[in-house]
Write a protein that binds this ligand. Structure first.
Ligand SMILES: [Zn+2]
Length: 297
């Protein structure tokens, strides 16, 4: 009788607390291509996962020179999380040089890509994370990949993912409410490169950029002149800098067109941990505050 009771208690403990302590001696190692995705993987993985992030805070994920340290980290990883949609053109080389043998997970799988024509070629816009509805798809893909790689962590990954999804849903409401309070004619702004197409389509704002969907292509004098004319003709209220691009181009545009600089938006990278956009959700909180402040007054 006593033994049976003990067994039942032990079983109950396993059900309540998950696997017995010590079952996971070390966190599983995974890599993420850039800081925004790295944060998402950390949110879902919690302390069961150690995340190596290649392109760090304020870094430009379109153009990156991988380091020998990145190759070593990738070679030790069980999963490589990438955004896909053509963002990480530098990754194939890194994968080859590292001898990576794990699983590649494309976090954007299942989203509806925005396609556009640039220099007479059809390209996909990689910035899908700027729509929170897509962010939910990223989270589901990350959760499923972590469960497949580490089935013992299933309950933890599911709980962490649900927590994160609740936070994303709350942020979605916040963003929609803030934009709904802006006058319709002021929901039009300029940024350096075309990073906010998904954001604009999801939340009803128009973003215009002298550079295309990648920072690799530089704006020509003709592009710049066209944007200056457009700002004047359409009375675009503000231009916004980005944390991953040089501010000189937009400073010049704002001066010549007479539009104010509304602040710095986080487009393709988070801030350092002590900055205003250290996580995916803080990035949205910061961007919507900056947009709202500049466009409501
Ligand atoms: Zn970009």
């Amino acid at each position: 009788m006593k033994i049976r009771l003990f067994k039942q208690l032990a079983l109950a403990a396993v059900l309540v607390f998950g696997a017995p302590a010590g079952a996971q001696a070390e966190p599983i190692k995974v890599s993420a291509s850039f800081s925004i995705l790295g944060d998402m993987v950390k949110q879902v993985g919690g302390d069961r996962v150690e995340v190596f992030t290649f392109v760090g805070p304020n870094g430009d994920a379109h153009v990156y020179e991988p380091t020998p340290a990145n190759a070593k980290e990738l070679s030790e990883s069980k999963i490589l999380f990438i955004n896909g949609l053509g963002l990480e053109g530098w990754m194939t080389r890194l994968e080859k040089s590292s001898g990576f043998k794990g699983t590649v997970v494309t976090a954007s799988n299942g989203i509806t890509p925005r396609e556009m024509v640039e220099d007479e070629k059809t390209v996909s816009d990689p910035h899908a994370w700027q729509d929170l509805a897509n962010g939910k798809i990223y989270v589901a893909n990350i959760r499923n990949a972590l469960i497949a790689a580490d089935p013992d962590g299933k309950f933890a990954y599911e709980a962490n993912a649900q927590n994160f999804l609740d936070g994303i849903a709350a942020m979605e409401t916040k963003v929609k409410e803030a934009i709904a309070r802006l006058p319709a004619e002021r929901r039009k702004i300029i940024t350096t490169h075309d990073a906010f197409g998904y954001f604009g389509a999801a939340y009803g704002m128009e973003f215009i950029a002298p550079e295309g969907v990648s920072t690799e292509s530089e704006a020509t004098a003709k592009d710049v002149a066209k944007i200056i004319r457009q700002i004047k003709a359409e009375k675009v209220p503000a231009v916004f800098l980005e944390n991953v691009t040089d501010s000189r181009l937009l400073d010049q545009i704002s001066k010549e067109a007479g539009a104010k600089v509304g602040g710095t938006l986080y487009s393709d990278a988070l801030s350092p941990p002590d900055g205003p956009a250290a996580t995916y959700l803080d990035m949205f909180r910061n961007n919507i505050e900056i947009l709202y402040q500049a466009l409501s007054s």
